[in-house]
Design a protein around this ligand. Structure first.
Ligand SMILES: Cc1cc2nc3c(=O)[nH]c(=O)nc-3n(C[C@H](O)[C@H](O)[C@H](O)COP(=O)(O)O)c2cc1C
Length: 161
């Protein structure tokens, strides 16, 4: 296990599930943590959020972000987390991945979902980071994130982190 600070966990979370997983990974790997925040937060109302996300995903909209990641160059291994939104990653994660240079880095995707599994989430992260090396990602069930620690440890040990 390498516990130096060369890991980063970057994630977007609307209702907290992906944040919970991100923090568990952060604890296990002693990584930096970066929350991707859209300038305009998504509606808290589930149905409104679902409708807005559908429109944005269908049109390929990339929302502006509130924040940029400082010192991306200092990180070698980057976990990217997103909720599964309409079987893909949430638009703020698309903006984040499109706006940074991940060449030569190791990118490891993860997502949380509401029963639909990983959908295209993990492969979409890979497609948006074509100059990176990828390690196998994992999809976590959104209603079991609070007991996901053993699954996280097994996953990270399997991929040798
Ligand atoms: C806009 C929207 C779209 C969603 N689409 C899906 C989906 O296609 N498949 C699925 O399994 N869950 C879907 N969900 C459920 C979320 O993936 C799940 O609740 C996730 O754990 C939320 O993560 P978060 O708490 O970090 O935002 C959707 C939720 C929202 C708000």
């Amino acid at each position: 296990m390498n516990r130096t600070k060369k890991f980063l966990v970057a994630y977007y979370s609307h209702s907290g599930n992906t944040r919970t997983i991100a923090k568990l990974i952060q604890n296990f790997t002693n990584s930096g943590l970066f929350e991707i925040l859209p300038k305009q937060p998504y509606p808290e109302d589930y149905n409104k959020c679902v409708e807005q996300a559908k429109r944005e995903i269908n049109s390929g909209y990339k929302p502006e972000l509130q924040n940029n990641i400082p010192n991306l160059e200092t990180y070698k291994i980057i976990f990217i987390g997103s909720p599964n939104w309409w079987s893909t990653i949430a638009p703020p994660v698309v903006t984040f991945l499109s706006g940074c240079d991940f060449s030569g880095k190791i990118v490891i995707p993860f997502c949380t979902h509401g029963g639909g599994g990983q959908g295209h989430c993990l492969t979409d992260v890979e497609k948006l980071t074509p100059k990176s090396v990828h390690s196998e990602g994992v999809a976590f069930s959104g209603n079991r994130v609070h007991s996901a620690q053993p699954e996280i440890e097994k996953w990270l040990q399997n991929i040798k982190y």
